[in-house]
Design a binder for this molecule. Sequence first.
Ligand SMILES: Nc1nc2c(c(=O)[nH]1)N[C@H]1C(S)=C(S)[C@@H](COP(=O)(O)O)O[C@H]1N2
Ligand SMILES: [Mo]
Length: 330
Amino acid sequence: QGAVASRNGLALPAPASPAPAVPAGAQLEVPQISAFTTPGRDFYRVDTALVVPKVDAATWRLRILGKGVTRPRSYTLDQLLARPLIERDITLTCVSNEVGGPYVGTARWLGVPLAGLLAECGVRPPSKGGTADQLVARSVDGMTLGSPVEDVMDGRDAMLAVGMNGGPLPFEHGFPVRMVVPGLYGYVSACKWIAEIELTTFDAYDPYWVKRKWARRAPIKTQSRIDTPKPFARPAAGTVMVAGVAWAQRRGITRVELRIDEGPWQDADLAAQDTADTWRQWSYRWQAAPGGHTITVRATDGTGAVQTEQRARTVPDGASGRHSVFVTVS
Ligand SMILES: Nc1nc2c(c(=O)[nH]1)N[C@H]1C(S)=C(S)[C@@H](COP(=O)(O)O)O[C@H]1N2
Ligand SMILES: [Mo]
């Protein structure tokens, strides 16, 4: 099949701007903690595709058109690959992730900076007089996702990704090209199998999930998750390693605290921070006494804001509240 051959034959260029090395201390040596870089096969998958689209990279095109696009264009994959590529570690999160849930992962993405491509087509962000405030990405299977034009052009590493963790995108994750925008939930940014970018306004057009009660704008909320111990674990009394991840893309994580039952909040040890766009690991050596205990976690982001205890459902703009795990110490 053409798609499989085109993927096997794809040689990705080296990035003009490589990702900074992940600091040695970013990955804790704690059994059961999430890997800092999520392998592709373990990376969560959320989409509406009943059958994964198999796109032939040789005939694939990306069209850029719409409001304020003075030079509409169509790009081939080779044209995109000829541009200077950036490589970045970015944590992706799904708006339908429940507190403590699995729909979050970090990958090393290789891609074309989106802002430069848009500027080349004549697009200006609203703050620079642009008339379009919404970028609608359309996939080969008809999905639509809308991002704020201001966000994708504000200097963050918004990209058209062609690579994930050192290889071409897996078909499940959007081969040959997908969008990745740090700081926005996937449904308002991370279009897989992208085919078209249309510039429009939030007033004029509601993309797929917005028509189904989800918010038009959805920046990622600060969250933290206990990876170990697992719910209803029965650790032995004494030192128990509690560990997990916390994320607040664009803002970073500056503090993680734990509470045992209704006790005082205690600082967890933070692993090294990679970037503000990636999650951060943490651990806590708990001197566990026998009996049933609830462990609760909360994170503080780079602006100093503490993760809210206010519980919210995933609809319309992402779950909030604090993750807790009940264990029985024997
Ligand atoms: N074409 C297409 N792109 C899509 C989706 C989809 O259903 N179809 N789902 C979005 C959602 S809701 C999320 S959270 C991310 C998930 O990306 P992943 O499956 O690579 O983790 O893809 C986004 N891109
Ligand atoms: Mo999502």
